[in-house]
Design a protein around this ligand. Structure first.
Ligand SMILES: NC(=O)c1ccc[n+]([C@@H]2O[C@H](COP(=O)([O-])OP(=O)(O)OC[C@H]3O[C@@H](n4cnc5c(N)ncnc54)[C@H](OP(=O)(O)O)[C@@H]3O)[C@@H](O)[C@H]2O)c1
Length: 258
């Protein structure tokens, strides 16, 4: 993929990985649209990255997805890259929680349904344009779960599987299908987690992670697994019980805290 001259939509681009991608793509002379649910965060991004287009839109709301598609198809008909980055991650004690049924599965609504709905809506536009691509942001935790975030990891494993199928189904089109599986990356997503659970985890800076993504994207590397994400993939294949045991250590801390 070319790193310049694209029209790119990034879901969840008001912070973290999506924001850093937006910044880099703007630097490289692309037209960049970012979405998110929080108008104030979007206004801040607009003030910082002057050339960015911001649109308030929730990927887990089908009406928002439809309205977003209509607006983008009308105002940015050259859209050729869709980056499905929006995501949330919760720690949930499955034996003892106070979440409503809807909140218990909201990661599925945002991470999985949101991605599938966005791709379904935007595929006709991507197919019309040259040099088209979609990127699915999964996680190193797609390959082996971190049990304290059981639903999150299930969503990322689902996205990995969906991406493999999507890539095969789109082989007869010009739309390339990328999976970015970030390792632990220093963003707001990790802020709510216990720092003690990070033993043995090297948290990547968001700049380094996005630089690795851009290198993979520009080389048409369809599965991009920076840093420890690639190690998780390797360990899940060759030492699955060992790596699951390592990632299960925070369960004891979670039980003690509840
Ligand atoms: N950081 C890591 O260690 C790590 C590791 C592996 C994978 N990832 C993945 O990387 C992606 C980006 O996460 P991040 O680390 O950059 O965290 P982040 O800073 O929290 O970014 C997530 C973004 O998604 C947006 N978002 C959440 N729900 C949304 C919805 N329903 N509709 C539209 N936007 C929504 C959030 O904005 P609003 O709340 O304003 O909507 C936020 O800007 C996620 O898919 C995450 O699972 C992160």
């Amino acid at each position: 993929m070319n790193l310049s001259g694209n029209t790119i939509l990034i879901t969840g681009g008001a912070s973290g990985i999506g924001y850093e991608m937006a910044k880099e793509f703007i630097k490289n002379k692309n037209t960049v649209i970012v979405t998110g649910r929080n108008e104030q965060k979007l206004q801040k991004v607009k003030a910082e990255l002057k050339d960015v287009v911001t649109i308030k839109s929730d990927v887990s709301n089908p009406d928002d997805v439809k309205a977003l598609y209509e607006q983008v198809a009308k105002d940015f008909p050259a859209l050729n890259v869709l980056i499905n980055n929006a995501g949330v991650m919760l720690e949930v004690n499955l034996q003892k929680h106070k979440l409503s049924p809807t909140d218990l599965t909201k990661e599925i609504d945002i991470n999985v349904k949101g991605t599938i709905w966005m791709i379904d809506a935007f595929l006709p536009l991507l197919k019309k344009n040259k040099n088209a691509a979609t990127v699915i942001v999964s996680s190193g935790l797609a390959f082996v779960p971190l049990p304290i975030s059981a639903v999150y990891c299930a969503t990322k494993a689902a996205l990995h599987s969906y991406t493999l199928s999507l890539r095969e189904q789109l082989r007869n089109t010009d739309v390339k299908v990328f999976e970015l599986a970030p390792p632990a990356t220093e963003t707001e997503l990790l802020a709510g987690f216990n720092p003690g659970d990070r033993k043995g985890v090297s948290v990547m800076s968001v700049q380094t992670m996005v630089a690795a993504f851009l290198t993979g994207f520009s080389n048409d590397k369809f599965e991009i697994c920076p840093g420890q994400s690639s190690q998780l993939r390797f360990m899940s294949r060759f030492f699955p019980s060992f790596i699951l045991k390592q990632l299960s250590k925070p369960v004891a801390r979670m039980h003690a805290a509840n």
